[in-house]
Structure formats: C-alpha cells, structure tokens
Design a protein around this ligand. Structure first.
Ligand SMILES: Cc1cc2nc3c(=O)[nH]c(=O)nc-3n(C[C@H](O)[C@H](O)[C@H](O)COP(=O)(O)O)c2cc1C
Length: 406
C-alpha cells in the first residue's frame, strides 16, 4: 500500500499524511438549535485516532433558515465558537486534517423544518411518494443570491478562525450549488441561468468570496457531481467544464461524486448495473477529468478494497481516495489498511421493506448516521442494527424540530 500510505502535498503547501480521506457524512448530531454537541465532537475524536489524511465533516449549513436535516450544525455567527474550536482540535497531534463541508440545501430541505425554501427557480423536487415532504421553492432574488455567497465566505472564515485547516464547498448531490449548475433546476433567464457560464457563476463567486475571506494559503476544496444522472440535467461534459473553470480560479482539491436526492447515484443507486456493480462508481469519469486539470483529485463512492484504492492511485487516476460509509463500520479504516489488519471493507445496505423509501436511500443514510451516533456515545458500530430503527430515527428527525421553538 505504498501510495495509499504516502503523504500528499496540496498546491497551497498543506500536507496530507496519506491518501485516505473521510468524505462528508451528515451526522445529524447538532442540537435542535443547530449547535455542535459533545457527542459530535467525540465521533471526530474516534476518527482522528484512525490515522486518515483528511476528515471532511458532514455538511455545515450557512443559514439557520435553510437546513437539510433538523440537527445539522449551522455556522452563521460566532455564537458557538468555543465548541467549534474543540471540534477542530480533535485532530490535534494526529497529523490528520479536518475540513468542514459548507452547504446550503436550497430546495432539498424538508418542509417540516423550514419556513421557506429557496432555489434558483420555482421547480419542486420530484421524489415519488416523498414529494409532499418538500415544498415548492421560492426563486432567489439577486440580492438574496449575493447574501448567500457572502454567507459561504462568512461561515468559512469563522471555521478557519476556529482552527479547521481547510474547507470544502458542497457543490454536489443536488443542493443549492448543484441546483444552480443543473438546467433542470435552474431555468433563470438572468446572469445566473441559461448558459453554463451563467449557471456556474454562483459557484465561482462562492469560491472567490471564500478565497477573499480566508486568504491565499488556505485550502478550499469542492465536491462536485460528475453528472446528476437525469435526462437534460447537469452532464459529464458540463461538469468537466466547471472543473476547468474552478481549476483556473485556484481550487485546491476537487472531489468527484454524482447524483441528487432524486437520483441518489452518490451511494450507488440509479446507476447502470454495470457501473453499480463495479467498485468506485465514478472512476471512468475521473480518468477523463485527469486529462483536463493538474489540480488534486479525490474520488468518492464505492471504494471497498485497499487493492483498488492503491491501483487507482498507481494508475495516476486520482490523488486522494474518499470513503464515507466504510468510516462508519470501520472507523479506523486507514489504520486497518496500513497495519494489514483488514483490506476489504464490505458495507451494509439496510432496508425498511417499503419500496419507495428504500429506493431513495431513505433508510440507508439514517442507518449510517446512527452508527456515527454510536461513535459519539463511545460505542462501537453495530452491524446488525435493523433498518426499522433507522426508519424511526429518520421520521423523528424530519418531524420533531417542527414542534420545537427556536
Ligand atoms: C449518512 C450519510 C450522510 C451523508 N452526508 C453527506 C454530506 O453531508 N455531504 C456530502 O457531500 N455527502 C454526503 N454523503 C455522501 C458520501 O459523502 C459519499 O459521497 C457516498 O456515501 C458514497 O461514498 P461511499 O460509497 O464511500 O459511502 C453522505 C452519505 C451517508 C451514508
């Protein structure tokens, strides 16, 4: 595992101690007022001891009026600054980097926990039996767009001051940045819609705003979709153009993923069988991207064997291996690989037995969130946890906050 174990220097000079990164997973472990909790921090203490090169946190929201899940952490001012400092300190002395993922959900926000939902255009999510859980979004006005851009910068700056060693813009999975990029969710006719250049303006301005706030030496990454896997949506060709645009701007790490709530390709659903069965879902795409940018590339989705991780690095397809679900079941996965304790990391796909829920990953994600909650309580992962407990947990998360006054 020579390359997996080797350090990697990002363009700004930050050194990752090895090539294994924990990709973002929404922990849903904040308070109902969206502050970080001791348990959330405890989970990161566990991961920090596992010797990964980089830990990317679950999405941190930039605006308390726009949350994806009821217990997301929101950073919009310095009110929880000391807790953020403790969170950032979890990696102290381990050589691991910790970067928050910064996000705005746009229309992918449950109606029960948001008073108003905004997006580039008034186009509702189409989620089959779950559609009614989301409301029709209100199109953003010009000044609201700029407010959100400023908020991304503000959140990044607070987190930088708290001690996080870099940050990642969530530009994937159908959240607001990805809504602007996709012609299916963005039908604006002003400078924020239409041509790809216009649709990409939002993410470019976010990058510039964060850069202006955090300075030139601070790493800024992005997670971007290879495609949203929807007819007429954000395509591979467009994704490659955006990668080139952001490379020119100076982005420090590009993480490739794919899919949206409507087509959850990021966890292997909704893809062609041949792709789904193959380990590392977006490997074909990253090969094409490699030819277009010199910037560091990270690939996430489906990696399950140390052998394939090493091979992808040796073949020069990518620089950093991103893993999400395996970090829930094997929290010390990097250490396990480096000590030879384990080299294969099978994951579990829990089901509720209700077809339309299982199709959207509606049980799978909460099942993995619950494993993170176990880490936060000082417990070990529990592979035989039932899909039903995850289902009940997710219902609580969707509805309880609506009864709690902020
Ligand atoms: C519980 C859970 C929460 C997730 N939350 C996020 C998130 O906040 N941001 C994000 O970019 N991806 C999120 N993802 C997607 C993962 O980062 C990753 O792209 C996906 O799980 C595929 O990687 P894997 O096959 O290694 O799990 C989440 C995945 C899971 C299982």
């Amino acid at each position: 595992m020579k390359l997996l174990k080797s350090p990697y220097t990002l363009p700004n000079g930050s050194v990752l101690q090895n090539r294994i990164a924990k990709s973002a997973m929404s922990e849903n472990m904040g308070t109902f007022k969206n502050a970080p909790t001791k348990n959330l921090i405890k989970a990161y203490e566990v991961w920090a001891k596992g010797e990964a090169g980089l830990l990317i946190t679950g999405n941190v929201m930039i605006d308390s009026r726009a949350i994806g899940e009821s217990r997301n952490v929101v950073v919009e001012d310095r009110s929880n600054f000391e807790l953020l400092q403790v969170w950032a300190k979890t990696v102290e002395g381990t050589g691991t980097h910790i970067w928050p993922q910064i996000n705005h959900p746009g229309r992918q926000a449950f109606a029960s926990i948001n008073k108003k939902v905004v997006a580039p255009s008034a186009i509702s999510l189409k989620m089959g039996g779950l559609t009614s859980m989301f409301m029709e979004p209100t199109p953003l006005m010009e000044e609201e767009i700029w407010d959100i851009i400023k908020r991304f910068g503000n959140t990044a700056k607070i987190l930088q001051d708290a001690g996080f060693s870099g940050c990642q813009i969530h530009g994937a999975h159908g959240y607001l940045v990805s809504q602007f990029l996709s012609p299916l969710s963005n039908i604006r006719q002003d400078k924020w819609g239409g041509s790809l250049e216009n649709r990409a303006r939002f993410v470019v301005e976010i990058y510039r705003e964060i850069r202006a706030r955090v300075g030139t030496d601070y790493p800024i990454g992005i997670k971007i979709n290879s495609a949203d896997f929807q007819r007429g949506g954000f395509s591979e060709e467009e994704s490659m153009e955006v990668v080139q645009l952001l490379s020119k701007e100076g982005i420090d790490l590009i993480e490739i993923s794919g899919g949206t709530y409507e087509k959850p390709a990021m966890v292997g659903h909704k893809q062609k069988k041949s792709t789904q069965e193959r380990e590392a879902y977006f490997l074909d795409y990253i090969e094409k991207v490699r030819k277009l940018t010199q910037k560091p590339l990270m690939l996430t989705g489906g990696f399950r064997t140390a052998a394939l991780m090493e091979k992808a690095l040796t073949d020069g397809k990518l620089d950093v291996v991103g893993l999400a679900r395996p970090f829930c079941i094997y929290p010390e996965i990097a250490q396990d690989i480096f000590t030879g304790k384990r080299t294969t990391f099978e994951i579990i796909i829990p089901k509720s037995g209700i077809a339309f829920i299982d199709k959207t990953g509606g049980v799978e994600l909460p099942w993995y969130e619950l494993q993170i909650h176990r880490l936060g309580k000082g417990k070990r992962p529990k592979n035989n946890m039932s899909g039903t407990s995850a289902f009940i947990f997710s219902l609580k998360n969707i509805f309880i906050k609506s009864f709690i006054k902020n």
